[in-house]
Design a protein around this ligand. Sequence first.
Ligand SMILES: NC(=O)c1ccc[n+]([C@@H]2O[C@H](COP(=O)([O-])OP(=O)(O)OC[C@H]3O[C@@H](n4cnc5c(N)ncnc54)[C@H](O)[C@@H]3O)[C@@H](O)[C@H]2O)c1
Length: 279
Amino acid sequence: MQELRGRTAVVIGGGQGIGRGIALALAREGMQVAVLDIERDAARRTAAELEALGAKSLGLRVDVTDAASLAEAEGAVTTALGPVHVLSNNAGVSAPQGPITEKSETDWSWVFSINLFGIVKSVQAFLPGMRAHGQGGHIVNTSSMAGLVAIADLQVGVYTASKYACNGYTEILRAELAPEDIGVSVLCPGLIDTNLAQTSARNRAAAFGGPMPEPAPMPEAMRATAMAPEDVGPIVVRGIRENRLHILTHPDASLALVRARFEAIEADARAQARAEASS
Ligand SMILES: NC(=O)c1ccc[n+]([C@@H]2O[C@H](COP(=O)([O-])OP(=O)(O)OC[C@H]3O[C@@H](n4cnc5c(N)ncnc54)[C@H](O)[C@@H]3O)[C@@H](O)[C@H]2O)c1
């Protein structure tokens, strides 16, 4: 999608962090931007920042686990800002670190309800309107470098599985929507300086055990190596314009990890092909 100016974007999970960075960048391109988040005040704060930049905006509470909440938001956004052209599905949560074998069924349901099914439900809510206006559009689903490679030492196994699912979903969606001129990308950030662990803990719904005590902030030494969330926004804008399947914040690091993963797959495939040929 080349022409962003004057068109409408929706950023879900835009109250803070990466989503706020994406919303700021889209507003700077001249878009109207609706900011949706489970934290209503945070959504409104970002919307006020966008208004201060001169962009028409609104901030609404939405819960991506709830299809009715998404449908209501879709109606409100379309009425206030017009038909939607860009959809950023950026809401996400991370469960506390630990071995994957020790994670409960509730941990799995919670993380997947947002990181995978939240995106699926959001697409179900917003895609009909995008199709109906017939002017094309773009959907960006936020995954992670953890959606490209599985690193056991990080102890975020459930999160990793949910992001792999997000990548698979997004690749299929892209192929299906290409004939309709709706581009689809998966954003795979490396380490970004946000408070994801804290927002995840305080917003966990009652159905999944309710809010948890917020973990300590990211250690300073780690924070120093993280990218600023405001720097992710322009990368996403470029990815939309170039219609990239993968939008990477750390392309060199991603390349090394992905190459190692695919070399391992290739090695297994070759070994098995050799074994079959000689049996
Ligand atoms: N920070 C990183 O290093 C990093 C790296 C890779 C991927 N990501 C991904 O980036 C995305 C944004 O995370 P972030 O790091 O900016 O953290 P963040 O906590 O600042 O942003 C996540 C936002 O999602 C919102 N949210 C949570 N549950 C929701 C729900 N049910 N409905 C609607 N909104 C909900 C939160 O309130 C928050 O504003 C996530 O999908 C995360 O997995 C983050």
